[in-house]
Design a protein around this ligand. Structure first.
Ligand code: GLV
Ligand code: MN
Ligand code: MN
Length: 404
């Protein structure tokens, strides 16, 4: 099947008709539909599909044997996410298998297609949850207790989807069977377009993290409470947003408040509390620390000024990642031989590949994003570039899983 045919099959699943964006949150019916699609597509190709103990899906081309070459990405999305972030890597993996089968290539090492769960952390707050659990980077007990905005825990959500949350946790056996992991992903940012390149290679990932801030004030009447008498958490929150932007710009880093909940949310009342999520990223750990320290100090100052309480809790930290240089050089050589010039790029976006890089030789391929926009319904990649990505991935798999 061509990439375009596969893409058309997956495209309608979990898409919101109003926004045109995707709401493929883990362990929801939309997620189940994506999983079912992946399972059926892999089985049609003769692959053996199994979930692992953390809910990630693995489709084996070849026996369940050590030294496997793994490729894939994720199927879940951010709220109103784009079509490509995650699914491009999964669909390209299936299409690459078709390319190799058409060439009558038989892998000497098993090729495994993986679809990781809760990569975005859109439902339970911790990004790359499936791969973090697998590598032991997250405590399984703490993970089971993670709750979504409606108060449903991960354990409850997994159970409702037919999975046993008692099984989640480190999966050493599976990890030790991986010879290499290569994740193909849509480019997030716009570095490849000015270079005239359809495909790139990842150098590394900026360190980043998420913090949950709680501003507690006192509900009051919007029409009668004098400014001097108010304890308005929205003010402290708003000042903190501006301070975060300033601190990040000063430090050469990035800081974003993209999710905020005002409680109880009456339009004619001072709210009683504001819950907000800070996402901060920087080129190195020291700069990330300096940026977040400055934002926390500003939040404390602003809260004091407005007479509100403040709580800050870190939800996740993703350390600096440098992908395996030996694997990257090997892939660059394979791509050059196939006539594909792939520039090497850093990125500020997190990926399961970044988590697995701590344990197995890992590399990433990027496919050009002409506008650079991502985590948005406007995210895009041209079909010709997606096809170039499939050719690149097929060449890489042929090399890694071919005769030694
Ligand atoms: C994942 O896409 C992230 O970088 O947040
Ligand atoms: Mn993403
Ligand atoms: Mn992604």
């Amino acid at each position: 099947m061509t990439f375009a045919q596969l893409w058309r099959e997956l495209e309608p699943l979990g898409r919101d008709q109003q926004s045109g964006g995707y709401r493929r949150y883990s362990w929801t019916p939309a997620d189940a539909a994506c999983r079912a699609w992946f399972t059926a597509a892999a089985e049609r190709r003769g692959l053996t599909v199994e979930p692992d103990r953390n809910g990630n899906l693995w489709a084996w081309w070849g026996p369940k044997a050590p030294n496997a070459v793994v490729t894939g990405s994720h199927l879940d999305s951010v709220p109103d996410g784009g079509a490509f972030d995650g699914p491009l890597g999964v669909v390209s993996a299936l299409a690459a298998v078709d390319v190799l089968k058409d060439k009558e290539f038989y892998p000497e090492r098993s090729v495994v297609l993986a679809a990781f769960t809760e990569e975005e952390g859109a439902r339970f707050g911790v990004p790359c949850l499936g791969s973090r659990l697998m590598t032991g980077a997250v405590d399984p007990g703490a993970a089971r207790a993670l709750a979504d905005d409606a108060g449903v825990t991960l354990a409850e959500a997994m159970r409702a989807a037919g999975y046993d949350p008692g099984l989640i946790g480190p999966d050493e056996a599976r990890l030790s069977g991986i010879a290499a992991f290569v994740e193909l992903h849509v480019e997030q940012g716009r570095a490849l377009a000015p270079l005239g390149a359809a495909v790139g290679l990842a150098e590394g990932i900026w360190p980043h993290g998420r913090w949950r801030l709680g501003f507690g004030g006192r509900a009051d009447h919007a029409g009668t409470a004098r400014f001097a008498d108010r304890k308005d958490p929205m003010l402290a929150y708003a000042r903190t947003v501006l301070a975060a932007r300033h601190a990040a710009a000063e430090n050469g880093s990035l800081a974003t408040f993209g999710k905020v909940i005002a409680e109880p949310g009456g339009s004619n009342a001072v709210c009683s509390a504001v819950r907000a999520w800070l996402d901060a990223r920087a080129p190195d750990e020291a700069t990330l620390r300096a940026t977040v320290t400055a934002i926390r100090s500003a939040a404390e100052r602003c809260s004091q000024q407005d007479g509100v309480t403040l709580t800050v809790r870190q939800e996740s930290h993703s350390p600096l990642v440098r992908f395996d240089p030996g694997l990257r050089d090997r892939i660059a050589g394979v791509l050059a031989a196939a006539g594909i010039e792939a520039p090497v790029l850093p990125t500020g976006a997190g990926h399961d590949a970044g988590v697995l890089a701590a344990r197995v030789p890992t590399a990433m391929l990027f496919v050009r994003n002409p506008t650079g926009v991502s985590h948005s319904p406007a995210e895009h990649a041209d079909l010709a570039d997606c096809e170039a990505g499939v050719r690149a991935l097929a060449a890489v798999l042929e090399d890694l899983a071919g005769p030694a």
